[in-house]
Ligand binder design. Sequence first.
Ligand SMILES: [Zn+2]
Length: 342
Amino acid sequence: MSSGRYSRQVLFKPLGPEGQARLAASRVLVAGCGALGTHAAELLARAGVGELRLVDRDIVEWSNLHRQAGFEEAHAREGAPKADALASWLRRVSSEVRVDARVAELNAATALDLAAGCDLILDGTDNLPARFLLNDLSYRLGVPWIYAGSIGAEAHVQLFSGTEGPCLRCQVPELPPPGTLATCDTAGVIGPAAALAASWQAALALRWLAEGDALALAGRKAVLLPWALQARVVRVLADPDCPVCARRELGALEGAGAERSTVLCGRRAVQVLPASGGRGTIDLGAAAARLAHLGTVERRERFLRLSAPDFTLTLFADGRALFDGLTDPVRARSLYTRLVGQ
Ligand SMILES: [Zn+2]
């Protein structure tokens, strides 16, 4: 360990030299390398967490740069995979942290492998199906996960123990129909709100890794509103009949509620079916208004069509989507999550 590197944080009594040694012996899964994951990963790397496993399926885009740490214009210009770009930045920040970059999609088939051997799961995702999966994964492995979310100028943070309730499913029993939740690509987000969520998340992570008492941190949710100069921490109760933390029915980890995509033969197009399986219908009028800034939107009775510079999205009222101009199913699912929500 380089001399003096962690001296100021070891002086902080609740951490101390014992806590620092525990950080160095820890391995953390960073699930998603967007605004949350990049900021949280940098804080943990600088703090001396032993190993970070970075998972992300996307590439760096220009619209990421205003809020995501560790990425430069060159990454956006060349379309660098986010996990790789962040890994190279973190290795420059610290030669002591081991960084394991996985350019991969976190889904029911890959989750157990991607989380193997990790002491903690940090949520850097941007959608509810992915968080249902992380929730299942946490209770399957018995390790905590820390939810963080940010949209507009709002940040939410909450730790779930992975052993006892409350868990995410106590609060959100089922996936809502697609298109009902706002996303950063439709409602916008400011960088400080995302960094704030990631900062609280990283603080909870350091405390759990140093002290090991997840139950002391669970059962409360932080809601931070920096633009309005407001913050509150609310108590969250466990549902005694919760499918996950009470009954250990881990449907998301078994593949329920996953978005499905199919490359359509004979044309450059990918079809995406919503995670909720097409239950409910989309409010096409509201969706058209949300997507209008991305290109030309044409509204019909049963579908809408968005013509963007590099693809055309046809979104049907049952939540099904066709991306013409794309051949990569992972990119199509990523765009679906961001543009439609879910
Ligand atoms: Zn629960």
